[in-house]
Write a protein that binds this ligand. Structure first.
Ligand SMILES: Cc1ncc(COP(=O)(O)O)c(C=O)c1O
Length: 392
């Protein structure tokens, strides 16, 4: 089937966080937004149809958890990720971030140290701090244009008593798809020091062809036994507004405690559209996903060569997965205030300024590549011209 990813669909005036908050967030309603991670593509036809059918019914009542929904998830994990999961491992959550928060609460006590690898998706900091836990930072090492984990420092944090690791796999930002060997090394340390793992795999399906996402819990039964895997069809199929996500936990005691906390917080009820959209996504939309990944790859390669030609002081990191391009602009020697001024006020584009992802993100920008090619080109042209105007 052919998809029209080049089409620029109007999103202003649709209560879109990305398109309708320009004035509040950047001081200009017309800023071109390439920041928050949703896609500017219409989702797969089977999903649109499933949601439309549900909407047409007209009674939007409490929603049950059909067997087809569970089968769709277990089937997807096996087919796409060679991971055999049991339907009983599943707990529904209204999002991956809420699941991260609940996981931190049940796996640690106030004051405990929780490891994250910076720079990282900002809610990782929030779910640790806002729950009264301490951040144990293991900065990623950027070497030859690629991030890697610092295992020595990681081990010292574990020796120092850290109880839990929040793993972002694939990693946002930076786009690393951790290899089996890297995850095995990490797992060895976690098993040795009895550190539990919360593996955020929301980007797990968004991986370019030469790479392979390995679910951390699929490494072995022992790894699965210490892990809460957080996943969702939301990022993959562009349905984050449907608030439908899930965790997979093979360890019965952890699962029980997780499910009990979800119940206590009363956040376990399913979105009316969630199961239908998930079933359509996981059982009828694989060709859309493959097509969108090819399109995003084209955008990725275009952006990298455009920046090399027009703004060589900005160095993009080649993403192996995700639809996010992480760009190192430190060679410009600009502060974050300067780059924001140029982005929002002069170029009128909104990429995400990197310090949002922690101190180690300062001097970087994150560009959302999941948009029509012409929009990406326009944003890059505006940005590069505005920067060049200061560098003549
Ligand atoms: C690593 C990561 N986790 C979680 C989320 C969001 O999850 P949710 O909207 O399901 O809470 C994102 C969104 O960008 C993300 O990048």
């Amino acid at each position: 089937m052919t998809y029209h990813f080049d089409e620029r669909l109007p999103r202003r005036g649709t209560y879109s966080e990305k398109w309708d908050l320009g004035r509040e967030l950047f001081g200009d309603p017309d800023v071109l937004p390439l920041w928050v991670a949703d896609m500017d593509f219409r989702c797969a036809p089977a999903i649109v149809q499933a949601v439309t059918e549900r909407a047409k019914h007209g009674i939007y009542g409490y929603t049950s958890r059909p067997k087809e929904y569970l089968d769709a998830i277990t089937g997807w994990m096996e087919r796409r990720h060679e991971w055999k999961v049991d339907a009983s491992w599943l707990t529904d959550t209204p999002g991956v971030v809420p699941a991260l928060g609940v996981a931190v609460q049940i796996l640690t006590e106030p004051g405990d140290r929780v490891i994250l690898q910076s720079p990282v998706y900002n809610p990782f900091y929030d779910v640790i701090r806002n729950n009264g836990r301490e951040i144990a930072e293991n900065p990623l090492i950027l070497e030859d244009g690629r991030y890697r984990m610092d295992y020595d420092h990681l081990e010292s944090l574990m020796q120092g008593g850290a109880k839990l690791m929040l793993l972002c796999s694939p990693h946002n930002p930076g786009g690393r798809v951790w290899t089996r060997e890297e995850l095995e090394l990490l797992g060895e340390l976690c098993l040795k020091y009895e550190v539990k793992v919360v593996s955020d795999e929301i980007h797990g399906d968004l991986v370019f062809k030469e790479h392979r996402h390995v679910p951390f819990a699929s490494l072995s039964e022992a790894h699965a036994g210490i892990t809460i895997t957080c996943a969702a069809p939301s990022k993959t199929f562009n349905i984050p507004g449907l608030s439908t996500a899930y965790t997979l936990i093979s360890n019965g005691a952890i699962r029980k405690s997780f499910a009990e906390r979800i119940k206590t917080l009363a956040i376990g009820s399913l979105n009316y559209f969630g199961p239908s959209a998930t079933i359509a996504a996981y059982t009828q939309s694989e060709d859309w996903l493959d097509a969108v990944l090819d399109y995003i790859r084209g955008n990725r390669d275009f952006a990298i060569s455009y920046l090399a030609e027009h703004l060589p002081a900005a160095t993009p990191i080649l993403p192996e997965g995700t639809y996010l391009l992480w760009v190192d602009y430190r060679a410009l020697g600009w502060s974050k205030t300067q780059i924001k001024q140029v982005m929002y006020k002069e170029a009128k584009v909104a990429f995400t300024e990197g310090s949002v992802y922690g101190r180690d993100g300062e001097g970087f920008l994150r560009i959302n590549l999941a948009c029509p090619h012409s929009l990406l080109q326009e944003a890059l042209e505006r940005f590069c011209s505005a920067v060049k105007a200061h560098h003549v």
